[in-house]
Design a protein around this ligand. Sequence first.
Ligand code: NAD
Length: 490
Amino acid sequence: MHNFEDPRLIRQLAYINGKWTAGTSGRDEAVLNPATDEVIGRCTQLDETQIVQAIDAAHAAFPAWRALSLDARGEILGKWHDLLLENKQDLARLMTLEQGKPLFEALGEIDYAASFIRWFAEEARRAYGETIPSHINNAQLGTVREPIGVAALITPWNFPCAMITRKAAAALAAGCTVLVKPAGETPFSALALAELAERAGFPAGVFNIITGEPEMVSQVLCASDKVKALSFTGSTRVGRLLLEQSAATVKKCSMELGGNAPFIVLPDMDVEQAAQAAIDAKFQTTGQDCLAANRIFVHRSLYEDFLQAFARRMGELTLGNGLIRGVNQGPLINRKAVTKAQEIVDDAVAKGARLLVGDQSQAPGSNYFVPTLLADVTAGMRVYREENFSPVAGVLAWDNTEQLISQANDTEYGLAAYVYGYDIRQIWQLMRGLEFGMVSVNSVKMTGPPVPFGGVKQSGLGREGSSHGLDEYSQIKYYCLGNLPSVSGC
Ligand code: NAD
């Protein structure tokens, strides 16, 4: 595989119980570079018995890991964090090769991924219990937080490192052991994280990466009584399946699912500023981002000016291989994604949308989709209803705030919403009226370790990051210490 400063980061075997492990069936899957369709490597596929062995290993490693002092766990997490940053160039290059995102975005993702490790190593120190004023005579009441046990983490391809560390760092810091199932499109980023975890000194069985056929792996994980928590990031469709599969063993589930973010421009907003922010919110990760602005609502008084400014600024988007300097839009993950984007555009145009930008004959390869601007989008179009996960921007005009709120909420999703403007009364009305887990006002950047990331409605359950991120991997034990000697005056 391409030149790396440290070629040992490139691992094509799974990592179970501290050992690099080949699938017993001998099967492996080609991993393609979406920019070129070249095979960049082959990833081993474990069979069912090996998934069970991995669960057993994580289960066996749990008592000793939870018993380690916070300092000892924090030291290993700290080393892992430092190793990510020391190997940032290689990790980012590997990510661009298998995921396609521009190198500068991949470098940013490594910083972002590492930041969760540092955060949770520190935050676990503050996983306090409570002392409860007693309603029972001569009893002391309180709670302690305990790690839940083995956690299964299933992650997507769009953020191949950060979606792993945002979960794994919280789970490991809380005292859980983990099994990570990365997306088949991007296993090498996950396996490189395992190589660094091994170097950081995680004991065998604490951090495992299992690669294999997704349905089979998930079914085994969900059916196992030894797996106590399941954390999934991916599509709402698969999230629903995993919730059903987890019902039999009543697992604690956290779900980070799809989004359909409204981006709202108020009448007092500067058009150029709003257009640039909407470009940033739409085209980050080439539109393959759960936070991507999916429906852009612009007040009618600014509408045509906004469309012009947005179209002009789209001229600064450069499509190409993410390893080339100056490229800020990469390929989509595969041809299926390109076909879906085209179908969404065709559907909108057939239903009356104006296609203002997006000549697909300019695409530099079969996995590329030229950034596209659709105006006059309506609620009956797929671009409005579905998470398009591509560089297709759909814009529509609004007139009335009440109607705007109900239109923005007219979706099964509820992950993130953006509001741009200055009128504090209108901003507050939107902030409270929007049924989304995260509302960002006048800022595209909203994520990071200290904040609770997550959605409402069918965008998910639970939160990642912040102190709440530890809750997904810990459980509360209430204690009642009765029959204590009474102390006069207390
Ligand atoms: P996906 O649901 O297809 O896949 C996610 C994971 O599930 C992968 O590991 C995949 O191998 C596995 N999987 C796929 N089909 C499965 C099945 N039938 N049974 C069990 N496992 C299965 O999602 P994706 O295409 O990898 O990622 C895109 C989706 O992820 C988008 O909907 C996006 O919004 C969402 N996402 C959400 C967040 C968030 O934090 N809310 C972050 C990133 C991505």
